[in-house]
Design a protein around this ligand. Structure first.
Ligand SMILES: [Zn+2]
Length: 134
């Protein structure tokens, strides 16, 4: 990839992190506001509900931010846009849609198919194996 194209991706990725952090900040602010204005037990449940939602959102945001930071690291290392399994270039269309991806579409499909296969075939067997060992 050309340096100017990589710089565009870098800016795009940094912008995504900033957007995520900003939306996380709003989530925290909302929690604090609802905590102050809703003191009784019923509202406590509502508050806990939003509290849980905010935490799950932040877990997802944290994971996304980690993926984006990895992508920025790959830009620095010169491996950005290269599939980590087959070492082929990931299509520009896919990179634009998912800038933090590490797999080309073929490897992604294979990985997903393998996960479905493992989930249906191997997981129940491995669980019963460990049950026998205990
Ligand atoms: Zn691949």
């Amino acid at each position: 990839m050309k340096p100017e194209v990589l710089q565009c991706y870098r800016n795009l990725l940094i912008q995504r992190i900033q957007d995520l952090l900003q939306s996380a900040g709003y989530a925290v602010q909302f929690m604090r506001e609802s905590g102050e204005s809703m003191p009784d037990i019923c509202d406590q449940a509502v508050r806990e509900f939003f509290h849980t939602i905010s935490f799950s959102l932040r877990d997802k945001e944290r994971e996304t931010i980690r993926e984006i930071r990895e992508a920025i690291r790959r830009i620095d290392e010169g491996t950005f846009g290269i599939c980590r399994l087959c070492n082929k270039r990931i299509s520009e269309k896919r990179m634009l849609a998912h800038p933090s991806t590490t797999l080309c579409i073929d490897c992604k499909r294979k990985e997903e198919a393998l996960q479905i296969y493992q989930g249906k075939i191997f997981t129940p067997l491995s669980v019963s194996d460990s049950d026998w060992e205990q």
